[in-house]
Design a protein around this ligand. Structure first.
Ligand SMILES: Nc1ncnc2c1ncn2[C@@H]1O[C@H](COP(=O)(O)OP(=O)(O)O)[C@@H](O)[C@H]1O
Ligand SMILES: [Mg+2]
Length: 242
Protein backbone atom coordinates (compact mmCIF):
# COMPACT_ATOMS: atom_id res chain seq x y z
CA UNK A 1 0.00 0.00 0.00
CA UNK A 2 0.95 3.64 -0.48
CA UNK A 3 -0.09 6.72 1.41
CA UNK A 4 0.29 10.38 0.52
CA UNK A 5 -0.72 13.59 2.26
CA UNK A 6 -1.55 16.06 -0.47
CA UNK A 7 0.96 15.21 -3.13
CA UNK A 8 3.58 14.07 -0.65
CA UNK A 9 4.00 10.32 -0.40
CA UNK A 10 5.02 9.13 3.06
CA UNK A 11 4.49 5.35 2.71
CA UNK A 12 6.15 4.20 -0.50
CA UNK A 13 4.55 0.96 -1.51
CA UNK A 14 5.00 -1.28 1.50
CA UNK A 15 3.75 -4.83 1.74
CA UNK A 16 3.78 -7.16 4.73
CA UNK A 17 1.57 -9.47 6.75
CA UNK A 18 0.75 -9.65 10.43
CA UNK A 19 0.05 -13.07 11.90
CA UNK A 20 -2.69 -14.00 14.31
CA UNK A 21 -1.67 -14.01 17.98
CA UNK A 22 1.71 -12.48 17.44
CA UNK A 23 3.11 -9.29 18.82
CA UNK A 24 4.19 -7.48 15.69
CA UNK A 25 6.69 -4.75 16.51
CA UNK A 26 7.16 -1.70 14.32
CA UNK A 27 10.28 0.35 14.99
CA UNK A 28 11.73 3.36 13.25
CA UNK A 29 12.67 6.96 13.96
CA UNK A 30 10.13 9.80 14.08
CA UNK A 31 8.51 10.64 10.73
CA UNK A 32 8.95 7.13 9.37
CA UNK A 33 5.22 6.77 8.80
CA UNK A 34 4.42 4.50 11.75
CA UNK A 35 1.41 6.46 13.01
CA UNK A 36 0.11 7.01 9.48
CA UNK A 37 0.26 3.26 8.90
CA UNK A 38 -1.63 2.43 12.09
CA UNK A 39 -4.31 4.98 11.34
CA UNK A 40 -5.07 3.12 8.12
CA UNK A 41 -5.83 -0.01 10.14
CA UNK A 42 -8.77 1.51 12.02
CA UNK A 43 -9.57 4.02 9.29
CA UNK A 44 -8.93 7.09 11.45
CA UNK A 45 -6.86 8.16 8.43
CA UNK A 46 -10.27 8.98 6.90
CA UNK A 47 -10.39 12.07 9.12
CA UNK A 48 -7.53 13.66 7.21
CA UNK A 49 -8.90 15.60 4.25
CA UNK A 50 -6.10 15.36 1.69
CA UNK A 51 -4.98 11.78 2.05
CA UNK A 52 -4.69 9.23 -0.71
CA UNK A 53 -4.23 5.60 0.16
CA UNK A 54 -3.76 3.04 -2.56
CA UNK A 55 -3.34 -0.70 -2.55
CA UNK A 56 -5.16 -2.90 -0.09
CA UNK A 57 -5.13 -3.62 3.63
CA UNK A 58 -6.88 -6.82 4.53
CA UNK A 59 -8.24 -8.17 7.78
CA UNK A 60 -9.12 -11.85 7.36
CA UNK A 61 -9.16 -11.33 3.61
CA UNK A 62 -11.58 -8.42 3.73
CA UNK A 63 -10.33 -5.05 2.49
CA UNK A 64 -10.44 -2.64 5.42
CA UNK A 65 -10.67 0.27 3.04
CA UNK A 66 -13.97 -0.97 1.65
CA UNK A 67 -15.63 -1.82 4.96
CA UNK A 68 -18.96 -0.01 5.21
CA UNK A 69 -19.38 -0.45 8.98
CA UNK A 70 -16.42 1.61 10.17
CA UNK A 71 -17.58 1.52 13.79
CA UNK A 72 -17.67 -2.25 13.65
CA UNK A 73 -14.16 -2.22 12.21
CA UNK A 74 -12.96 0.01 15.05
CA UNK A 75 -14.33 -2.48 17.54
CA UNK A 76 -12.37 -5.23 15.86
CA UNK A 77 -9.17 -3.18 15.69
CA UNK A 78 -8.54 -1.34 18.93
CA UNK A 79 -6.16 1.61 19.08
CA UNK A 80 -4.19 2.97 22.01
CA UNK A 81 -2.61 6.34 21.27
CA UNK A 82 0.47 7.90 22.92
CA UNK A 83 -1.21 10.44 25.14
CA UNK A 84 -4.25 9.03 26.85
CA UNK A 85 -7.46 10.74 25.86
CA UNK A 86 -9.49 10.19 29.00
CA UNK A 87 -13.19 10.70 28.46
CA UNK A 88 -14.69 13.02 31.13
CA UNK A 89 -16.33 10.00 32.71
CA UNK A 90 -15.82 7.90 35.80
CA UNK A 91 -13.30 5.09 35.68
CA UNK A 92 -16.20 2.65 35.54
CA UNK A 93 -18.00 4.45 32.75
CA UNK A 94 -14.84 4.78 30.67
CA UNK A 95 -14.78 1.01 30.40
CA UNK A 96 -18.55 0.35 30.45
CA UNK A 97 -19.22 2.90 27.71
CA UNK A 98 -18.65 0.66 24.70
CA UNK A 99 -20.38 -2.48 26.02
CA UNK A 100 -23.34 -0.32 27.04
CA UNK A 101 -23.44 1.28 23.61
CA UNK A 102 -23.41 -2.22 22.15
CA UNK A 103 -26.60 -2.95 24.06
CA UNK A 104 -25.42 -4.56 27.27
CA UNK A 105 -27.68 -3.44 30.10
CA UNK A 106 -27.51 -5.59 33.21
CA UNK A 107 -25.40 -4.29 36.03
CA UNK A 108 -23.85 -7.68 36.76
CA UNK A 109 -22.67 -8.13 33.17
CA UNK A 110 -21.26 -4.62 32.99
CA UNK A 111 -19.55 -5.03 36.35
CA UNK A 112 -17.93 -8.22 35.14
CA UNK A 113 -16.64 -6.63 31.93
CA UNK A 114 -15.31 -3.58 33.76
CA UNK A 115 -13.47 -5.76 36.23
CA UNK A 116 -12.08 -8.07 33.54
CA UNK A 117 -10.77 -5.20 31.39
CA UNK A 118 -9.29 -3.31 34.32
CA UNK A 119 -7.58 -6.49 35.50
CA UNK A 120 -6.24 -7.17 32.00
CA UNK A 121 -4.85 -3.65 31.93
CA UNK A 122 -3.17 -4.15 35.35
CA UNK A 123 -5.19 -1.31 36.84
CA UNK A 124 -7.89 -3.05 38.86
CA UNK A 125 -6.10 -3.20 42.22
CA UNK A 126 -5.32 0.51 42.12
CA UNK A 127 -8.83 1.67 41.28
CA UNK A 128 -11.28 -0.95 42.53
CA UNK A 129 -12.27 1.19 45.53
CA UNK A 130 -12.88 4.34 43.51
CA UNK A 131 -14.52 3.24 40.31
CA UNK A 132 -16.86 6.23 40.46
CA UNK A 133 -14.15 8.88 40.46
CA UNK A 134 -13.18 10.63 37.27
CA UNK A 135 -10.80 8.82 34.95
CA UNK A 136 -9.09 12.11 34.24
CA UNK A 137 -8.08 12.36 37.92
CA UNK A 138 -5.77 9.37 37.57
CA UNK A 139 -2.03 9.69 37.06
CA UNK A 140 -0.60 9.60 33.53
CA UNK A 141 0.39 5.95 33.78
CA UNK A 142 -2.98 4.99 35.21
CA UNK A 143 -4.79 6.88 32.46
CA UNK A 144 -2.71 5.07 29.87
CA UNK A 145 -3.80 1.76 31.39
CA UNK A 146 -7.39 3.01 31.46
CA UNK A 147 -7.10 3.65 27.72
CA UNK A 148 -5.97 0.07 27.29
CA UNK A 149 -8.86 -1.19 29.43
CA UNK A 150 -11.23 0.86 27.32
CA UNK A 151 -9.78 -0.53 24.10
CA UNK A 152 -10.19 -4.06 25.50
CA UNK A 153 -13.82 -3.43 26.42
CA UNK A 154 -14.63 -3.65 22.71
CA UNK A 155 -13.15 -7.17 22.70
CA UNK A 156 -10.93 -6.31 19.74
CA UNK A 157 -9.28 -9.00 17.66
CA UNK A 158 -6.30 -6.74 17.04
CA UNK A 159 -4.91 -4.23 19.49
CA UNK A 160 -2.65 -1.52 18.09
CA UNK A 161 -0.50 0.49 20.45
CA UNK A 162 1.26 3.63 19.28
CA UNK A 163 4.20 4.55 21.51
CA UNK A 164 2.09 3.82 24.56
CA UNK A 165 4.88 4.25 27.07
CA UNK A 166 5.93 7.73 26.04
CA UNK A 167 4.30 9.41 29.04
CA UNK A 168 4.73 6.74 31.70
CA UNK A 169 7.40 5.58 34.07
CA UNK A 170 9.47 2.43 33.50
CA UNK A 171 7.80 0.45 36.29
CA UNK A 172 4.33 1.02 34.85
CA UNK A 173 5.69 0.32 31.39
CA UNK A 174 6.96 -3.06 32.54
CA UNK A 175 3.58 -3.88 34.07
CA UNK A 176 1.84 -3.08 30.81
CA UNK A 177 4.41 -5.12 28.90
CA UNK A 178 3.53 -8.10 31.10
CA UNK A 179 -0.12 -7.48 30.30
CA UNK A 180 0.62 -7.51 26.57
CA UNK A 181 2.48 -10.82 26.83
CA UNK A 182 -0.61 -12.32 28.47
CA UNK A 183 -3.01 -10.75 25.99
CA UNK A 184 -1.37 -12.15 22.91
CA UNK A 185 -2.85 -15.53 23.76
CA UNK A 186 -6.23 -14.03 22.96
CA UNK A 187 -5.56 -11.27 20.45
CA UNK A 188 -3.07 -10.00 17.91
CA UNK A 189 -0.99 -7.02 18.97
CA UNK A 190 0.65 -4.41 16.78
CA UNK A 191 3.20 -2.54 18.82
CA UNK A 192 4.62 0.67 17.41
CA UNK A 193 7.46 1.80 19.58
CA UNK A 194 10.21 4.36 19.51
CA UNK A 195 11.94 2.29 22.19
CA UNK A 196 13.76 -0.36 20.22
CA UNK A 197 14.42 -2.37 23.36
CA UNK A 198 10.69 -2.63 23.96
CA UNK A 199 10.27 -4.36 20.60
CA UNK A 200 13.16 -6.60 21.52
CA UNK A 201 11.47 -7.57 24.79
CA UNK A 202 8.00 -8.11 23.40
CA UNK A 203 7.74 -8.62 19.67
CA UNK A 204 7.72 -11.98 17.95
CA UNK A 205 8.59 -10.30 14.67
CA UNK A 206 9.81 -6.78 14.13
CA UNK A 207 9.56 -4.49 11.14
CA UNK A 208 12.00 -1.62 10.74
CA UNK A 209 10.34 1.23 8.90
CA UNK A 210 12.45 4.15 7.71
CA UNK A 211 11.20 7.12 5.71
CA UNK A 212 8.16 5.20 4.56
CA UNK A 213 9.98 2.08 3.45
CA UNK A 214 10.49 -1.29 5.05
CA UNK A 215 14.19 -1.71 5.64
CA UNK A 216 13.78 -5.16 7.13
CA UNK A 217 11.10 -7.43 8.56
CA UNK A 218 12.00 -10.56 10.40
CA UNK A 219 12.02 -12.45 13.65
CA UNK A 220 12.91 -10.15 16.52
CA UNK A 221 15.82 -12.43 17.30
CA UNK A 222 17.38 -11.84 13.88
CA UNK A 223 16.61 -8.11 13.78
CA UNK A 224 18.44 -7.63 17.07
CA UNK A 225 21.25 -10.05 16.37
CA UNK A 226 24.77 -9.17 15.24
CA UNK A 227 23.79 -10.07 11.70
CA UNK A 228 20.44 -8.75 10.55
CA UNK A 229 20.04 -8.76 6.76
CA UNK A 230 20.55 -5.02 6.48
CA UNK A 231 23.41 -2.92 7.76
CA UNK A 232 20.98 -0.06 8.50
CA UNK A 233 18.99 -2.33 10.80
CA UNK A 234 22.12 -3.12 12.78
CA UNK A 235 23.02 0.54 13.02
CA UNK A 236 19.54 1.60 14.06
CA UNK A 237 18.98 -0.99 16.76
CA UNK A 238 22.47 -0.31 18.14
CA UNK A 239 21.71 3.39 18.32
CA UNK A 240 24.30 4.37 15.73
CA UNK A 241 21.69 6.54 14.04
CA UNK A 242 18.10 7.61 14.70
N1 LIG B 1 -1.98 14.97 8.90
C1 LIG B 1 -0.86 15.07 8.20
N2 LIG B 1 -0.75 15.94 7.16
C2 LIG B 1 0.39 16.02 6.44
N3 LIG B 1 1.50 15.30 6.68
C3 LIG B 1 1.47 14.43 7.72
C4 LIG B 1 0.30 14.27 8.52
N4 LIG B 1 0.57 13.34 9.47
C5 LIG B 1 1.84 12.94 9.25
N5 LIG B 1 2.38 13.59 8.20
C6 LIG B 1 3.74 13.40 7.65
O1 LIG B 1 3.91 12.02 7.34
C7 LIG B 1 5.20 11.56 7.67
C8 LIG B 1 5.09 10.38 8.59
O2 LIG B 1 4.56 10.80 9.84
P1 LIG B 1 4.04 9.81 10.94
O3 LIG B 1 3.14 8.82 10.32
O4 LIG B 1 3.51 10.59 12.07
O5 LIG B 1 5.41 9.09 11.34
P2 LIG B 1 5.87 8.48 12.75
O6 LIG B 1 4.66 8.02 13.51
O7 LIG B 1 6.80 7.37 12.34
O8 LIG B 1 6.61 9.58 13.45
C9 LIG B 1 5.92 12.75 8.27
O9 LIG B 1 6.74 13.33 7.31
C10 LIG B 1 4.81 13.69 8.68
O10 LIG B 1 5.21 15.02 8.61
MG1 LIG C 1 4.05 8.45 15.43
Amino acid sequence: MRLAYGGREVLHGISFDIRRHEIFGIIGPAQSGKTSLLSCFNRTIDFHPHVTVSGSIRLDGQDIRRVADVHGLRRRIGMVTPLPVGLPLSIYENVAFAPRAAGLRTRAELDAIVERCLRQAALWDEVKDRLRSLGTALSGGQQQRLTIARALSHQPEVLCLDEFSIAIDPVTTMRIEDVLKELKREITIVLVTNLVQQARRLADRTMFLLKGEIVELGSTEVIFSDRPAERRTFEYVRGIFG
